[in-house]
Design a binder for this molecule. Structure first.
Ligand SMILES: [Zn+2]
Length: 119
């Protein structure tokens, strides 16, 4: 707030030169110190506070995770379940191959038994 030619402009609650609070004092592009009032948290104004470093609490991280999750197909437990199912399938196919080999070796199954199913 200042007076010029008998006219007072500006609002009283704005942060004039006599404002007693803490200033940002970051280096501006002009080379001067930033005069905006500082946040109590980091001592810089909202323009010079820097980027957010993300949620710190477990609750906050969980909330972000829930917000970003689309369908849950690739969550850790689903991927682990897929891997377990794939391993089970490999084991079953291995056992079937072994059984087929045993039956062919025991002459209980023709070596070309699959051909009878071809159209
Ligand atoms: Zn600033």
């Amino acid at each position: 707030m200042f007076t010029k030619n008998n006219v007072t402009i500006g609002l009283e609650w704005r942060f004039g030169p006599s404002w007693p609070g803490q200033r940002c004092f970051a280096k501006t592009r002009r080379g001067s110190k930033c005069q905006r009032p500082a946040n109590k948290r980091n001592g810089r104004c909202r323009l010079h506070g820097g980027a957010s470093t993300g949620a710190k609490t477990l609750e906050g991280r969980e909330r972000i995770s829930q917000t970003n999750m689309r369908h849950g197909k690739y969550t850790k437990d689903k991927l682990e379940k897929q891997r377990m199912n794939a391993a089970k399938g490999r084991e079953i196919r291995r056992e079937l191959r072994q059984m087929e080999r045993d039956l062919i070796d025991g002459a209980l199954l023709d070596k070309r038994w699959r051909d009878s199913f071809l159209l």
